[in-house]
Ligand binder design. Structure first.
Ligand code: 8DG
Length: 153
């Protein structure tokens, strides 16, 4: 008999890009073909073998958005259990980058103030929206970001 191994989380690097002029946040939609396509998230992706969080974030943002980050300030680490996967999200604040945004995976991007107006947002990203709201002295209500919020009203 073997004891099942505890599920190992998938490590993910996520960028909170903050626009200097007005503090807006960059939010992108998940491309077609991925789980939860069309849902909104912060840009990023899974670490490849041997990569640091900063290396993975730099690679993902070059691949997905065509920009090169200049800084990556490690901020928080969260975990979220989806039905299909346990993810560990390494959140980095990014305030400087080079290049022009180019949506290389057919996704959409939006610069948004809090509360975001895009819906729905991945559940694993909600703690970060809460912390960002707290930092800015703004109220936070997770319910408005749920998939069900789309069909209400
Ligand atoms: N990029 C990103 N991923 C997030 C956020 N919140 C959240 O729960 N996740 C989860 C969703 C996915 O399970 C995982 C990221 O995986 P992904 O499939 O987007 O990564 P990837 O771009 O490397 O994709 P692939 O190689 O599998 O195609 O992290 C977020 O704000 N941004």
């Amino acid at each position: 008999m073997s004891t099942p191994l505890a599920q190992q989380p998938t490590e993910v690097a996520v960028g909170v890009l903050i626009r200097e002029s007005d503090g807006a946040l960059l939010i992108t939609s998940r491309p077609e073909g991925k789980p939860r396509a069309g849902w909104w998230e912060f840009p990023g992706g899974k670490l490849e073998a041997g990569e640091s969080v900063e290396q993975a974030l730099r690679r993902e943002l070059q691949e997905e958005l065509g920009i090169t980050i200049r800084n990556c300030l490690a901020w928080k680490v969260t975990e979220h259990a989806y039905s299909h996967a346990l993810v560990r999200l390494h959140w980095c604040k990014v305030t400087q980058w080079d290049g022009d945004f180019e949506m290389r995976e057919g996704q959409q991007m939006a610069w948004q103030q809090l509360p975001l107006t895009v819906r729905p947002v991945l559940e694993g990203s909600l703690p970060v929206l809460q912390w960002l709201s707290e930092e800015r002295g703004l109220p936070f209500d997770a319910a408005v970001y749920a998939e069900s919020a789309l069909s209400e009203k």
